[in-house]
Design a protein around this ligand. Structure first.
Ligand SMILES: [Zn+2]
Length: 384
């Protein structure tokens, strides 16, 4: 074996052992050896390395078998922290997450629709520093920042190609935020960050094939195929908002006619409502729906029909075991759930329907932040 390969294998083994301790703790060395198929000697060596690096600690003794004592292993949750950030049109959310994915600190700051790119970045930096100080978290244990935002994102190069919601174009977000904060920064589309959190501890926990759909100011999806995020060629896989569903329909802000987003997004709902009432916000539409105003019921009835159709199309394309619905529209108007389910019953193809689970995100408003912070661990943590 080449020296390079040996080093790589050593690194992979170390990652594997740490992953198992993290996911199955408390666990004994013997059990780790059994799960990995590695020799007890290798496990002892790797565990002692991880112990001296601060990742693993020994916990209580338990009796194993015939009166023998075994020491159990656990991970140290405060060995490192990562920062997750969500930047949305009207809000910035910041969370600091520990090594086992628990939120150690949380803050949300309003964002002005008209504020500049630099102003938003400054807010993120200030908010993050306030949070670290307030919770007295050790700076040197923070390994990086992950940012989730709406739009088409070149995650490899840390570039926001375009974000209609934030009105940003060709922004070198990762570099700019690194310069400002001093931390390494990774970025990605918000739903792709969120699906990581769903896969780690949410409704798609340990799922190999899952789809997360976000419905709010826009509509989009993030797809996990065979246990990994499916990105497509340019990280735009899942952008269902711009699938055309009616070539004679409404004009979309992307320049095309009849995109799905023009029937489902908050902006589209408000625009249609304005034809009848002097409506300024989505909350007013939802309030009218609750009051059973017929115009609001009709508009939302059309919306849920298009949501169900979109779900049915996604299901035929990817055949996931679970589809998670999330986003402001469903959180603000949970009454829609029953409507969507009833229409799914009509539109979803029989062979798929039997095994499929349609569920709702339980991560509330923290999903993107949590996923972004977890992705920092996945991408930036180097055990050497
Ligand atoms: Zn469009």
């Amino acid at each position: 074996m080449e020296k390079q390969d040996q080093l790589l294998m050593k690194k992979q083994n170390k990652n594997l052992v740490l992953d198992i301790i993290k996911n199955k703790s408390p666990i004994s060395r013997t059990e780790v050896a059994k799960v990995t198929g590695m020799s007890p000697t290798s496990i002892t060596r790797i565990v002692s390395e991880l112990h001296s690096q601060g990742f693993v600690r020994e916990t209580e003794l338990v009796t194993s078998g015939v009166g023998r004592k075994a020491t159990l292993l656990d991970v140290c949750r405060d060995v490192l922290y990562t920062i997750g950030v969500e930047i949305d049109k009207l809000i910035i959310k910041i969370g600091i997450v520990d090594y086992v994915g628990e939120m150690a600190a949380w803050l949300s700051i309003p964002r002005d629709e008209a504020e500049s790119y630099d102003e938003t970045l400054m807010k993120v930096n200030r908010g993050m520093r306030d949070l670290i100080e307030k919770h007295q978290l050790p700076f040197e244990k923070i390994i990086g920042i992950g940012v989730g935002l709406p739009g088409s994102i070149d995650y490899m190069n840390g570039l926001v190609k375009v974000s209609d919601q934030l009105k940003w174009k060709h922004a070198r977000l990762a570099d700019d935020l690194k310069r400002l904060t001093g931390f390494d920064v990774i970025i990605d589309n918000e739903l792709k960050m969120k699906v990581i959190a769903e896969n780690f501890k949410g409704m798609a926990r340990d799922s190999q094939n899952a789809v997360l759909v976000g419905i709010g100011s826009g509509i989009g999806a993030a797809i996990i195929l065979n246990g990994e995020i499916y990105r497509g060629d340019s990280n735009n896989a899942g952008e269902i908002g711009h699938t055309v569903i009616d070539p004679t329909g409404n004009v979309c802000n992307c320049g095309k006619i009849g995109c799905l987003a023009t029937y489902i997004s908050e902006g589209a709902i408000i625009a249609d409502s304005k034809k009848i009432k002097n409506i300024q916000s989505i909350d007013e539409v939802f309030a009218a729906y609750r009051k059973r105003d017929s115009w609001a019921i009709n508009i939302m009835d059309r919306t849920t029909t298009y949501i169900a159709l979109a779900l049915s199309n996604i299901l035929c394309l990817y055949n996931p075991e679970v589809i998670i619905l999330s986003g402001d529209t469903i959180e603000k108007l949970p009454e829609l759930k029953g409507e969507i389910e009833r229409k799914c019953e009509l539109y979803i193809w029989e062979p798929i329907k039997d095994t499929l689970k349609v569920v709702y995100s339980g991560l509330s408003n923290q999903g993107v932040v949590l996923g972004a912070a977890l992705q920092v661990q996945n991408s930036l943590l180097d055990l050497d």
